[in-house]
Ligand binder design. Structure first.
Ligand SMILES: Nc1ncnc2c1ncn2[C@@H]1O[C@H](COP(=O)(O)OP(=O)(O)OP(=O)(O)O)[C@@H](O)[C@H]1O
Ligand SMILES: O=P(O)(O)OC[C@H]1O[C@H](OP(=O)(O)OP(=O)(O)O)[C@H](O)[C@@H]1O
Ligand SMILES: [Mg+2]
Length: 297
C-alpha cells in the first residue's frame, strides 16, 4: 500500500475495470498518451508520464465516486449517472461515442401490456431500481396504485419467462437479447452513451482541461482522415468544393509541375470513398488518404 501516499497531489481518474467500456477506455488513454503500468489484480495504477492515478472501478459505481469527490474525473454511462441520481453533482464534460444503447420498458410480445401506464400496480424487474422508482412514482399516483420494483444484477430479460415480472426495464442495443427472450420494447426511458465526467470542485481543473482536449483530439482523429492530392490550378476551385477542410485546405505549389498544386485537407472518414471518386472526376491525381491518431483542431 506504499503508493497510497503517492496519490497525494495526483488527479484521480476512474476508469471501468471490465466489461464493454473497458477496451475503448484503454484505447482512449493510450491515444491520449496517458501512460501507466498496471500490475495484475491491481485497481490503482500510477501514470508514468503525468500526475494522474488511474483507479479501475465498476462502471456502475464511478458516477458516485466522482460526485462525492473521491475521484476527480471518470468515464461511465449516462444511464449510470441517472441511476446514481448524481446529475446535479457532476459535470458531463463530453460524450465519448461508445456504449450507446437505450434504457427501455420491455414486456412479453404475447401479452396484454401495450403502454407503460398499463404496468401500474404490476411487477417490474430491473438493475435500474432507483430510476424505475422515479419513473413509476407519478404513474402510480395517477393510477392510485403501487408498482413493485425488484432489483436483479443481470440477465434481467429472463425475469418475465421465470414468472418474476410482468415487465422489465433494461438496456437495448441491437435488440437481440430482448427478442431472444420473447420481449419487445414499449417505451424508451433514456438514450445513453459513455461520457467523461468530472467533480464540480476538483482542485485539478487545469489537468482535467488538458486530458479533455487530448481525448477530444483522439475522438476527432477517429472520425477524420487526411486527404492529399495533386491537381491543376485551373481545377482547384472545383476540387476544394469537394474537400473544403475544417477551415480551408492547405494548398502548396508543385515546383516540378508548372500550373499544378498539392492539396491536403481533413475529410470525414465515412465519406472518403465518395470524395476520392469525385476528386478523380475533377482531375485530381495521386490521391491519398491517411489516418492520424490525435489532433488539435
Ligand atoms: N448492450 C450494450 N450496448 C452498449 N452499451 C451497453 C450495453 N450494455 C451495457 N452498456 C453500457 O455499458 C456501461 C456499463 O454497463 P455494465 O455495468 O452493465 O457493464 P458491462 O460492460 O455490461 O459488464 P457486465 O454487465 O458484464 O458487468 C453502461 O453505461 C451501459 O449503458
Ligand atoms: O440489445 P443487445 O445488443 O442484445 O444488448 C442488450 C443487452 O446487453 C446488456 O447485457 P450484458 O451483456 O451486459 O449482460 P448482463 O445482463 O449480465 O449485464 C443489457 O443488459 C442487455 O441485456
Ligand atoms: Mg451489463
Amino acid at each position: 500500500m506504499d503508493f497510497v501516499k503517492d496519490l497525494d497531489n495526483r488527479l484521480l481518474f476512474a476508469v471501468p475495470k471490465k466489461g464493454r467500456l473497458y477496451e475503448q477506455c484503454i484505447s482512449l488513454l493510450s491515444g491520449s498518451d496517458i501512460h501507466f503500468n498496471r500490475r495484475s489484480r491491481q485497481d490503482i495504477a500510477l501514470s508514468t508520464n503525468l500526475p494522474i492515478a488511474l483507479i479501475f472501478l465498476p462502471a456502475a459505481d464511478i458516477p458516485k465516486y466522482v460526485a462525492e469527490g473521491n475521484v476527480d474525473l471518470g468515464i461511465s454511462g449516462q444511464d449510470m449517472i441517472v441511476e446514481n441520481e448524481v446529475q446535479d453533482k457532476v459535470t458531463e464534460i463530453m460524450e465519448l461515442g461508445f456504449g450507446k444503447c437505450r434504457l427501455c420498458v420491455q414486456v412479453p410480445v404475447k401479452g396484454e401490456y401495450k403502454t407503460i401506464e398499463s404496468l401500474a400496480g404490476k411487477r417490474i424487474v430491473t438493475s435500474f431500481d432507483a430510476f424505475a422508482n422515479t419513473v413509476f412514482e407519478p404513474i402510480d399516483k395517477a393510477a392510485g396504485t403501487k408498482t413493485t420494483i425488484n432489483y436483479v444484477s443481470g440477465s434481467v430479460e429472463a425475469a418475465c419467462a421465470l414468472g418474476l415480472a410482468d415487465g422489465i426495464i433494461d438496456l437495448v442495443e441491437s435488440g437481440e437479447t430482448m427478442r431472444a427472450a420473447g420481449l419487445h420494447d414499449i417505451h424508451t426511458l433514456l438514450e445513453t452513451q459513455s461520457v467523461l465526467l468530472s467533480n464540480k470542485h476538483s482542485k485539478h481543473q487545469d489537468l482535467i482541461d488538458k486530458i479533455t482536449s487530448r481525448i477530444r483530439g483522439v475522438i476527432t482523429a477517429s472520425k477524420y482522415v487526411l486527404c492529399t492530392y495533386n491537381i491543376e490550378r485551373t481545377n482547384l476551385a472545383s476540387a476544394t468544393q469537394i474537400t473544403p477542410g475544417r477551415q480551408a485546405p492547405t494548398v502548396s505549389s508543385l515546383d516540378s509541375h508548372e500550373g499544378w498544386v498539392a492539396v491536403s485537407a481533413m475529410i470525414e472518414k465515412k465519406q472518403k470513398g465518395d470524395i476520392m471518386d469525385r476528386l478523380s472526376e475533377a482531375g485530381a491525381t495521386d490521391i491519398m488518404v491517411m489516418a492520424f491518431t490525435n489532433c488539435r483542431v
